[in-house]
Design a protein around this ligand. Structure first.
Ligand code: ATP
Length: 302
């Protein structure tokens, strides 16, 4: 099956003096996905996005967007790309509609699309109100409407729920899902990993400019599964017994429980083994990691 790449980077690299901000990044984003770009502060996310948008020139490698080289052919590559890099400064005394009109005229984008973009972000009935009276959530939605002006196939959103309350965050999340359901491809940068876990099918995690993990969220987390058990008596003794098994890759004690890195289908076997050794198992179950734990593991220094 041919999966069409909306973004493809090859060895994409950006060097600022001696500092490698992005180091040999090779990524693919397929059409229709919600792709998460993650990493701690300074990992190179913004620099990567800036290279994808033709705002920063790579030191080496290249970025293809919609099949076109961003450096060689920026107009064709970026014609159907919308981005919200940070909440843009709207004119507070102009209406939402008029702000979009200013942006459309400045960017050579069709004014006729404004109504549809306001509809998509559910701001039609407030379009004539001044932005001054908009809530933070409405401003973020207006910023997304601005990103929709070029009728984009690819939308890049950097921290779209920054500063929003839970209700505002849920609205933006629903909006992102709708955009993807309509066939648009989304690249999402966010520090809120629970949000990324809920929204994104695949993620790339950067650390110090390098790709440290990439894949389907479900797949990355499946690798993190193991068994969690509680024993009666001495957990340290149980841990030592378990560590001696060839198929146990590691044992960790956590709040009185034992986290065992082992195939989950071996639960019954593990239980029988401990029982034979005189250790009573009080509780056994599957321990599933979440994206936040996974993220800390792959980006941590230990
Ligand atoms: P954050 O989550 O804090 O926004 P980030 O992952 O977006 O971080 P970048 O902003 O891409 O990270 O920065 C990556 C590295 O490149 C950092 O060490 C940063 O200091 C450096 N850097 C970014 N822009 C420049 C620049 N114009 N000149 C010099 N160094 C830069």
């Amino acid at each position: 099956m041919l999966i069409e790449s909306i973004i493809e980077t090859e060895n994409l690299t950006k060097r600022y003096g001696a500092r490698l901000a992005v180091d040999g990044l090779s990524l693919r984003v397929a059409r229709g996905e919600i792709f998460g770009l993650l990493g701690p502060n300074g990992a190179g996310k913004t620099t990567t996005i800036a290279m994808l948008l033709g705002l920063v020139r790579p030191s080496a490698g290249r970025a293809l967007v919609l099949g076109r080289d961003v450096q060689a052919d920026p107009v064709a590559a970026l014609r159907r790309v919308g981005a919200m890099i940070e909440t843009p400064a709207f004119y507070p005394y102009l209406s939402g509609y008029d702000n979009l009109r200013v942006l459309a005229l400045a960017g050579g984008l069709p004014v006729a699309r404004i109504a549809a973009t306001l509809e998509a972000v559910e701001l039609s009935d407030r379009a004539r109100d001044r932005v001054r009276v908009y809530s933070q959530g409405m401003r973020q939605r207006l910023a997304i409407a601005a990103a929709l002006l070029p009728d984009p196939e690819l939308i890049i959103l950097d921290e779209p729920t920054n500063g929003l309350d839970p209700a505002g965050t849920a609205e933006i999340r629903a909006l992102i899902r709708n955009l993807a359901a309509g066939g648009r491809t989304i690249v999402l940068c966010s520090h809120i990993l629970s949000e990324v876990e809920q929204l994104c099918g695949r993620v790339a995690i950067l650390k110090a400019g390098r790709l440290v993990a990439e894949g389907a969220v479900a797949e990355l987390l499946r690798r993190e599964r193991g068994l969690r058990l509680r024993v009666e008596g001495d957990p340290a003794r149980a841990a030592a017994l378990l560590a001696a098994l060839p198929w146990v890759r590691g044992v960790e004690q956590s709040n009185g429980a034992l986290l065992v890195d082992a195939p989950v289908e071996r639960a019954a076997e593990l239980n029988a083994y401990l029982t034979r050794a005189g250790v009573a198992v009080a509780e056994i179950g599957v321990h599933a990691s979440n994206l936040e734990q996974f993220f800390l593991e792959v980006t941590g220094d230990t």
